[in-house]
Design a protein around this ligand. Structure first.
Ligand code: IMP
Length: 190
């Protein structure tokens, strides 16, 4: 199946989560080199838009994911704008710096990652959602992962996602949960 991403970190995570039984093709391998528009107002909308784009271009079974970090003290921001929070590009470091700045002096730091996976198989659409609750730390900690990982400490742990081993992150993460629902659906329906 085509997994609508060129993000090497995500691909590695999803390959580890889905395991041996799945053979994934990236966008580049499927011949899609342009940026797919992600202009929908919701995470679910963006996941579906990406999957529909790939389906329309290739006619191949495919899935896409979209993720947002929802910070309660910021009214759910950056949310659907998580990738382009600080700049127009995908500047992970600038996004983390902006988030820390926005939360300066804020004690209420609860947040969650939300992922929606959109699957198109035989032309039919299905969506799967996964969330993980946690807090935004006061400083960056850890070298692993990507995006906001160094600032997100999941509930029940004293380390951030960037400090935790990849297997632990994948076990409890937003993407891990959504991808396992996808895998379960495929297992039961294919
Ligand atoms: P995307 O739309 O799934 O690429 O996610 C949007 C943004 O959310 C990314 O640019 C990252 O900054 C952030 N993000 C997505 N997944 C994760 C994750 O697992 N950890 C930390 N940040 C993430």
């Amino acid at each position: 199946m085509i997994f609508a991403t060129n993000n090497a970190h995500k691909l590695e995570e999803v390959r580890a989560i889905l395991g041996e039984g799945f053979s994934l093709t990236t966008l580049r391998e499927a011949g899609i080199t342009e940026d797919i528009p992600e202009n929908e107002p919701t995470i679910e909308g963006n996941a579906l838009a990406k999957a529909r784009y790939v389906w329309n271009k290739t006619g191949a079974d495919c899935f896409a994911d979209d993720t947002g970090l929802e910070v309660d003290a910021l009214g759910g921001a950056p949310g659907v704008h998580s990738a382009r929070y600080a700049t127009d590009g995908h500047d992970f470091a600038a996004n983390r710096t902006k988030l820390l700045h926005e939360l300066e002096g804020v004690e209420e730091r609860t947040a969650r990652f939300r992922t929606v996976v959109a699957l198109i198989i035989d032309g039919e659409e299905h969506t799967f959602e996964g969330t993980v609750e946690g807090i935004i730390t006061h400083e960056e900690r850890g070298e692993g992962g990507f995006g906001y990982d160094a600032l997100f400490q999941p509930d029940g742990y004293t380390q951030t996602f960037a400090e935790l081993p990849a297997e632990v992150k994948n076990d409890i993460s937003h993407r891990g949960r959504a991808m396992r629902l996808l895998a379960e659906w495929l297992h039961n329906n294919r």
